[in-house]
Design a protein around this ligand. Structure first.
Ligand code: ADP
Ligand code: ZN
Length: 294
């Protein structure tokens, strides 16, 4: 019995897994502090049997069992938080820990590989969610990197600017992709544009009838396309997979595809939606754990 957990900036998902099959899936909001976080974990696994293994995908980069937010505004207490140690106190069993974008990249790579002989060898997963994260499979291997950073495309800079002109990212840079195209960034730009508190889902709704709302989303899609071309020209990819609640929102994939179609031919690469939908990270970390077991 394995418990898989995916920790994002907004939500935590957990799955009770037996022999590779999900028996139950639950979700809780992400908490802003360690005590609330551990309470949410306890709530998620309430009544589940003691696991033989816990497999965790978490936003941020992971070094030596500790998690760090690249953007300190996403999860403030992710500042070297000893996630592996805290979870080891809660579950007395082996634990694996990986970045959520990397886990999702592995899940999406695996699902394509089992579906087709012509599956991509080089795949970049991009999650447009609370922040913008990602993961990279190169030559059929998941890349984690010596600092756990591989795939963190959200903090690559782009020449497009957010519509509210607010360029400073919580990672310490300016003009990061995350500052334009994350759910947080879309909500911020919408709130500035329309003079009232708005979130990303409300912006997508409004974009059905309002051209200014559409322009914010389209600008974000163009920034994503720019980042895709940058990575493609650096490492030469076969496929890009888009996930996260913003990436999977109505029409976002099509907007990114249209924006990328305007790039020179050489800078274009096929872009598709996450086959595993919002559970790419959860399924990815589960499969990674199973592979490690085998
Ligand atoms: P996490 O970051 O925890 O992995 P999500 O992938 O759900 O979680 O991303 C959360 C972000 O997506 C939030 O900024 C939220 O406002 C935004 N969001 C959630 N649902 C939608 C939707 N239907 N359309 C557009 N944006 C959404
Ligand atoms: Zn940044």
């Amino acid at each position: 019995m394995l418990i898989a957990i995916d920790i994002g900036g907004t939500k935590i998902a957990a799955a009770w897994v037996e022999n590779g099959k999900v028996l139950e899936r639950r979700q809780q909001p992400m908490a802003p502090d360690p005590i609330g976080f551990m309470a949410a974990i306890a709530q998620l696994v309430l009544g589940w049997p003691a696991p033989q293994q816990v497999a965790v995908a978490a936003t941020g980069f992971i070094n030596d069992g500790k998690v760090h937010s690249v953007n300190q505004n996403i999860i403030a207490f992710w500042d070297g938080f000893p996630l592996a140690e805290r979870l080891a106190e809660r579950f007395a069993c082996p634990l694996i820990l990986m970045n959520d974008g990397q886990a999702a990249a592995w899940g999406e790579y695996q699902v394509r590989q089992s579906a087709s002989e012509n599956s991509p060898d080089n795949l970049l997963f991009i999650t447009l969610s609370t922040g913008v994260g990602g993961g990279l499979v190169l030559d059929r291997k998941l890349r984690i990197g010596p600092h756990g950073l591989a795939g963190h495309v959200g903090h690559a800079t782009v020449s497009r600017q957010p519509t509210d002109g607010d360029l400073g990212c919580g990672c310490g840079r300016h003009s990061c992709l995350e500052k334009i195209a994350s759910g947080t960034a879309l909500g911020r730009q919408a709130s500035a544009m329309f003079g009232r508190a708005m979130n990303s889902a409300e912006l997508f709704e409004l974009a059905l009838t309002d051209t200014k709302a559409e322009a914010i989303i389209n600008n974000a899609a163009m920034a994503v396309a720019e980042a895709i071309s940058n990575v493609h020209m650096t490492i030469d990819l076969s496929e890009i997979v888009i996930g996260g609640s913003v990436g999977l929102a109505d029409g976002m994939l099509q907007r990114i595809q249209l924006a990328l179609a305007r790039a020179p031919n050489l800078m274009q690469v096929p872009v598709s939606a996450a086959i595993l939908g919002p559970d790419a990270g959860l399924v990815g970390i589960m499969q990674w754990a199973n592979a490690k077991d085998a």
